[in-house]
Design a binder for this molecule. Structure first.
Ligand SMILES: [Zn+2]
Length: 337
């Protein structure tokens, strides 16, 4: 990869600075953001935050979330039920009292529990490692994509929220749209957004689970991975109220959660599942329910989905899902139906 980068840098210099001597080379940033083959002596890069992710030492132990954010140049936000570390490449969400971290929507085990202490959050060594690893991977990916890497995280341009009219009538590129109230990982798309028409709510019909589990189960059925687009945890295998972005969402793939003869709810329906069995005594946790309302409202605003197009799985076909104990009337009122 380094070879490719060097070649591209050399080519671009050849194209842009023909006639200049080799001295021009020192002006171009190298893969680490430092000088390449500079005639001046190379200064020791002792700053802790400059080479984000590229040369970080392995974790030696647990670390305060604020200190980890400072080390990696990420922003830290304490959201009460979770603590979010976000940078231009990576978002990591910790849930106090759980042993999993959600990195870019993927639930990752840390081997120990993140706990609140002295007004901060102590991240276990496994979590520190996971964040550093994600940053290294993202930096490597960025190098592969861009011949000249950025030295600093680029701030996201702040756009005014789109009106409903904009969302429903004149679809614009994803990068130009921002809908307030969502998590940044919900708009980390790798393909053009689909023209979603429905939102279909499910329960997982078990008591413990997370996206990883359903991904495994659905692959075992011969499907192309977790059939839902979003999985909202109940604190068993992911955080309580944690919204996991399923592998289908980023590439904007159709769902595999509500089969009908014309397949419309799979083709244009966003599948949201809550971990739990709400048919046989279980109920959504307060955090799960709150996360579902927030996610649904965000999806409705972004895609112009009206309340009558927010459905239960049982509205699509004969099934008990999401269970008789799911508070459907309250939910409809809370999403403005
Ligand atoms: Zn269902």
């Amino acid at each position: 990869m380094r070879t490719i980068v060097t070649v591209v840098v050399a080519l671009s210099l050849a194209a842009c600075t023909s006639g200049r001597g080799r001295g021009g080379y020192a002006e171009g940033p190298g893969p680490d953001g430092g000088a390449v083959a500079a005639p001046a002596p190379v200064a020791a890069p002792a700053t802790p935050r400059a080479p984000v992710g590229a040369t970080l030492a392995p974790a030696s132990g647990p670390m305060d979330a604020g200190a980890l954010a400072r080390e990696t140049g990420m922003q830290v936000q304490d959201l009460g039920s979770s603590v979010l570390l976000s940078g231009s490449d990576v978002r990591a969400r910790f849930f106090p009292g759980t042993d999993r971290v959600s990195i870019d929507g993927r639930s990752t085990p840390m081997g120990a529990v993140a706990r609140r202490e002295a007004g901060g959050l102590v991240v276990p060594a496994g979590g520190v490692d996971a964040v550093r690893r994600a940053l290294r991977d993202a930096a490597a990916q960025r190098l592969a994509m861009q011949p000249i890497p950025l030295k600093m995280p680029v701030p996201q341009p702040v756009k005014p929220p789109p009106s409903l009219r904009d969302v429903t009538i004149s679809p614009r590129p994803a990068a130009a749209r921002r809908t307030p109230g969502g998590d940044p990982s919900w708009t980390a798309f790798s393909a053009a957004e689909r023209s979603w028409k429905w939102i279909v709510v499910h329960h997982s019909d078990d008591t413990e689970g997370a996206c990883e589990k359903y991904d495994r189960q659905h692959k075992a059925k011969g499907w192309d991975g977790c059939g839902y687009h979003f999985v909202i945890g109940n604190g068993t295998q992911s955080g309580d109220g944690e919204v996991e972005v399923g592998p289908r969402w980023r590439p904007q793939m159709h769902g595999a959660h509500a089969k009908t003869p014309d397949n419309r709810f799979n083709d244009y329906g966003i599948g949201v599942v809550l971990v739990g069995d709400f048919e046989n005594g279980g109920r959504p946790t307060a955090r799960q329910y709150e996360a579902l309302v927030n996610l649904t409202r965000w999806l409705m605003a972004r895609y112009g989905v009206t309340p009558d197009r927010v459905l239960r799985h049982s509205d699509c076909k004969a099934t008990a899902c999401p269970g008789k104990l799911f508070p459907w009337g309250k939910f409809q009122a809370d999403i403005g139906g």
